[in-house]
Design a protein. Structure first.
Length: 231
């Protein structure tokens, strides 16, 4: 039964792998533009954080959220395969004039990759992540979001057919990732999806090194409102 479950998970991961390949191909073409965009977004976000207390807010919400990670590691030519993992944590969101807002999150995220063609060998990275995103809403509460994510590695393990090795000291502690996604606000909270591309080489080698492990992932999440303030 465990083998059947593992096989089904691998099928889901392989299906999502096509999405990751498309995502990586687009990023490889627009990488420099995305890097400049993320630098600009960090400046805008910093300015927004400074000015937000002076804006007239229309709604403040906070709550819990979580979901699935389809995650892999590597540069654009990496042979690593994706694996199915999860993330969970809390969020704080402030909307202004119903048209845009700011969301800050703090969550535990399981990331990494499995070796291509070797399903029982994989790298497990475990992060405490802090995404800071600007959200743009339309009239139907459908939103687009973009911004940086700052991650701190809690621990990392290499799993190889039952063998478990702690490799935390071989992986960079801090990670910087660009996020882009969208979703919809609902009565209970919100739901959506995000794509993330890491700008940090987690292996510690240079960009020209043959081993370049960047965090690349798709996230599907649901958020549940626990508290709310309105004007």
């Amino acid at each position: 039964m465990n083998y059947k479950c593992t096989s089904e998970i691998e099928i889901v991961c392989d299906c999502c792998y096509l999405l990751l390949l498309v995502f990586k191909a687009v990023l490889s073409y627009y990488y420099l533009y995305l890097e400049l965009l993320l630098i600009t977004m960090k400046k805008i976000l910093f300015t927004t954080l400074l000015l937000f207390p002076f804006f007239a807010f229309s709604q403040i919400t906070w709550g819990a959220k979580g979901g699935a990670n389809i995650t892999t590691l590597g540069d654009f030519g990496s042979g690593n395969s994706p694996q199915l993992r999860m993330h969970a944590g809390f969020y704080y969101q402030q909307r202004v004039e119903q048209r845009f807002g700011l969301i800050a999150e703090l969550h535990y995220s399981m990331q990494g990759a499995r070796a291509a063609n070797i399903s029982r060998r994989y790298l497990g990275y475990n992060y405490l992540n802090l995404p800071l995103l600007i959200k743009f809403f339309n009239q139907n509460d459908v939103y687009f979001e973009i911004g940086p994510q700052f991650g701190y590695l809690l621990f990392a393990n290499l799993h190889d057919d039952g063998f478990n090795q702690n490799i935390t000291d071989q992986v960079k502690r801090f990670d910087f990732t660009g996020l882009i996604g969208g979703g919809k606000e609902t009565d209970f909270g919100h739901y959506g999806a995000r794509a993330g591309f890491g700008f940090t080489n987690t292996s510690g080698g240079s960009v020209g090194n043959a081993v370049v492990f960047r965090n690349i992932f798709l996230q599907f999440y649901v958020g549940f409102t626990l508290g709310e303030l309105s004007d």
